[in-house]
Design a protein around this ligand. Structure first.
Ligand code: ATP
Ligand code: MG
Length: 154
């Protein structure tokens, strides 16, 4: 069985917590554990923050971020696929951008760990970007397995 949602938000830092909570609420369809939900929220937060602070250089209500989720129920539990995309400035060198500690906003208290966190907390990660056109982060997380004890029911 499959489930789907698409959310479009203004690129405002105020919407970051809304975005990660909305994705977490959607993920309840797959009956995740609390720690799985936390991982997903962390990854979504990093991706959305990047679109606000980098793609749109601080954000703005006229700029949009799109968050698409596809949930797949499997025998083991499920898989949640998440795509976060923006139409912002894009990334010149994606191979460099994903390296730990690489940041173009050093003076801004950025540590350059966002993509590393997304890769660590999710089971799959892909970055596509075109300079001047925008960026798309695709990730997926497998849910379930043998953790019945800490399962959350929606
Ligand atoms: N959506 C985006 N649009 C344009 N550039 C981006 C985008 N996301 C990331 N980048 C570029 O990739 C770099 C690395 O991103 P990453 O999230 O790993 O680190 P950071 O955002 O700089 O720091 P941190 O996430 O630790 O606060 C950024 O500094 C920025 O140059
Ligand atoms: Mg970041």
């Amino acid at each position: 069985m499959e489930n789907y949602m698409k959310l479009e938000i203004a690129a405002l830092s105020e919407n970051e917590s809304f975005a990660r909570s909305a994705v977490a609420a959607f993920a309840l369809y797959l009956n995740p554990s609390i720690s799985e939900l936390e991982d997903i929220k962390t990854a979504v937060s990093e991706a959305v923050t990047n679109s606000v602070v980098h793609a749109y250089a601080g954000g703005g209500a006229q700029n949009k971020i799109s968050i698409e989720c596809r949930a797949e129920k499997t025998q083991e539990g499920g898989v949640l696929h998440i795509t976060v995309s923006d139409g912002g400035c894009g990334i010149e060198d994606v191979e460099k951008a994903v390296l730990p500690f690489y940041t173009t906003l050093e003076n801004d208290e950025r540590s350059g760990m966002g993509f590393t966190i997304m890769q660590t907390f999710m089971d799959g990660f892909a970055l596509e970007s075109e300079k001047g056109r925008g960026t798309k982060v695709r990730m997926f997380r497998k849910l379930g397995g043998n953790r019945e004890g800490e399962r959350m029911n929606a």
